[in-house]
Write a protein that binds this ligand. Sequence first.
Ligand code: DHE
Length: 502
Amino acid sequence: MAGASETIDADALYQEHCASCHEESRLGGTGPALIPETLKRMRGPKVAGVILDGRPATQMPAFADTLSTEEVDAIAAYLKSPLAETPVWGEAEIMASRELRDDYTPADTPVWSSDPMNITLAVETGDHHVSVLDGDTFEVLDRFATPFAVHGGPKFDPTGRYVFIMSRDGWVQKYDIYSLQEVGRVRAGVNSRNIAMSSDGKWLAVANYLPNTLTILSTSDLSVAEVHDITGKDGTPSRVSAVYQAPPRDSFVLALKDVPEIWEVSYAKYPDLNLFAGGLAHDWKIEGPVPQDTPFPIRRITTPDYLDDFFFDQSYEYVMGASRGGQNGLVIDLVIGQKTADLDLPGMPHLGSGITWAYGDTTVMATPHLKDGVVSVIDMTTWKTIKRIKTEGPGFFMRSHENSPYVWADVFFGPNKDAMHVIDKQSLEIVKTLRPVPGATVAHVEFTKDGSHALVSVWEDDGAVLIYDAKTLEQVGRLPMRKPSGKYNVWNKITFSEGTSH
Ligand code: DHE
């Protein structure tokens, strides 16, 4: 016998009640996209719950008085079903989405008197805002609205004046820190992973899941420079796992989710072929449909396994990747385009959150694991795991600073999610476990420019950014915030501080 929800026309209900904000296509309008790629992180009754009760701090109303429980369940199931066709989101659609603010007035010098290199942004996911902080006084200079559901680190241009922020729905927002104003926004993909800034500040690469593309935007006006279709050597289309910039190589490096390949996209108009041992004859390849004079030629490297997450050494020659198989990680040498080592990294290391520091006469890299209560420390000369530091639960983020003897590592999952470990960089022992708000999730750390203070998120709706003296490990301040997630210091980011993920 068919259940009640099977006799309900969910599409008709959607068109009647939801389409005016989320669009007939479900790709989002004033409200976010309602497609599985966006919603899959809202498991179980959560989608239905939002329809019933609405979403605080947004325009999403409650439908509890309008729709029956069965109708709500039917709509929730409908929203989790894949779109019948992959949406077309090419240059024309991206450009049509671009909104440049006509009230934006550039300021040649900052409209504030703080140290421009010590500005820190705090992303507040509770109500989709970013707070702009003076890193010396911790005064909030501005608080501006972002697109819905920002994910990944915002990327600063090399001068630290502009910042680019991406949402999971593929919106890229440009904000001028000097004038404290939004410059504009553009939807570079329908569902996106993260963004990377070129070292010359001219280009922003946007890694997309939907469609299977890499969008390259001009940072000056958010116009489309190119949209690369992502297709493996055997013709299989692929999502992009993540894209990062490799500054000394003038390239973006991306791992593909659905084919075992790494791509290197050069943004040097005439790449120095000596840098790439194989040169054009080996593996530089101009993609078929793009013009031959593309400034963004692509080099493809076949990898022994799929890579979901990866990390560079400080020279950007080596890529450390987490294998999909979960047994081992691997190291790819970008110069020769081949695997050169295996990594002993079982489980799910979150390499994107990795950091490095000097240890004895070598450099080590440390990464949290998303499934185990452990931080792995790897010698980057021998590629051996030299220690597994046992923590109180799986963590998400790590941070340090050149001027700090400590690494801060959170516990993000499980009963101890209120713990923040402080690890000595030389003894590799936990020296203190902070529990500033028992029971509340405490996660993600960012340092001030000089490393004297560490900012910690109380990742709750009625949350806060806590300010710690990074030497004494005592709390010295508290800034109330709405579910703060990542914090990003201009100096630490634009200088690629070894204590931050890139
Ligand atoms: Fe993230 C960064 C992938 C879930 C908050 N996350 C990143 C990056 C990647 C990534 C590849 C680096 C991008 C960059 O900064 O350029 N994240 C993934 C996943 O694959 C995963 C596990 C599943 C998914 O839903 O996509 C995932 N991430 C989350 C969350 O659930 C978090 C905790 C909450 C949220 O906002 O979605 C989350 N991720 C973050 C944050 C950063 C991030 C705050 C930036 C950290 C930084 O310090 O740079």
